[in-house]
Write a protein that binds this ligand. Structure first.
Ligand code: G3P
Length: 214
């Protein structure tokens, strides 16, 4: 499974890249706003670090504005993937951007019907928001799994990004269900590495070793 980092924080991205674990990055306007930096410069900086797909989201809500922003964003780096929210205008923009060979990550996917329409419009990635569905009493992963089946059954040139991942169990569910990509906050990447029995095991091995050296 590919691991994308869901952040616009350069320090987190550098640390995760240093681990060798980052296959891409996703940002959204909320994550970018937290960084208080010039948007395009920040996306360029992230692309230069990651050298892999980096999602940058448009702000416009109508088709022509989305396309204009998408073209501008795609000029920043070959690694930019334009994130477009799921709306009718978003679908139309996605189709036109596909014709221009600009990769789109269609975001804010909350139903399988939306996912199908995004695939048909030519999205390169679709992002079902698992945690936000959990928040309102659904099982968010049911949708991510359905999206994966949709792509696998019909052979769309599209990958599922399980987004709005909130805990390490979400990642395990993604792995067990063959989800293409999970996009994770840095804190979850750190949590994935930890297990108390690993720490206890290391401590015991070292203390046994030291005893044998006396
Ligand atoms: O990639 C979308 C994701 O960042 C949303 O996460 O936790 O704000 O629902 P969250």
């Amino acid at each position: 499974m590919k691991i994308f980092l869901d952040t616009a924080n350069v320090n987190e991205i550098k640390k995760a890249c240093d681990m060798g674990m980052v296959d891409g990055v996703t940002t959204n306007p909320s994550l970018v706003a937290k960084e208080k930096k010039d948007f395009k410069k920040l996306i360029k900086e992230i692309c230069n670090i990651v050298k892999a797909p980096v999602s940058a989201e448009v702000i416009s809500l109508e088709e022509s504005g989305m396309i204009k922003e998408a073209i501008e964003l795609s000029k920043i780096s070959e690694h930019v993937v334009v994130k477009i929210p799921f709306t009718l205008d978003g679908l139309k923009a996605t189709r036109k951007l596909k014709e221009k060979n600009i990769n789109v990550n269609m975001t804010l996917i909350f139903s399988l019907n939306q996912a199908l329409l995004a695939c048909k419009a030519g999205a390169r990635y679709i992002s079902p928001f698992v945690g936000r569905l959990d928040d309102i009493g659904y099982n968010g992963f049911d949708l991510a799994i359905d999206c994966q089946n949709l792509i696998d059954n019909y052979g769309y040139d599209c990958e599922v990004i399980a987004a709005s991942i909130r805990n390490p169990n979400h990642v395990i569910t993604a792995i067990n269900n063959g989800i293409d990509i999970s996009t994770l906050p840095y804190s979850i990447l750190e949590q994935m590495m930890k297990h108390p029995l690993t720490d206890i095991g290391i401590e015991k091995f070292l203390s046994d070793w030291k005893k044998s050296q006396n």
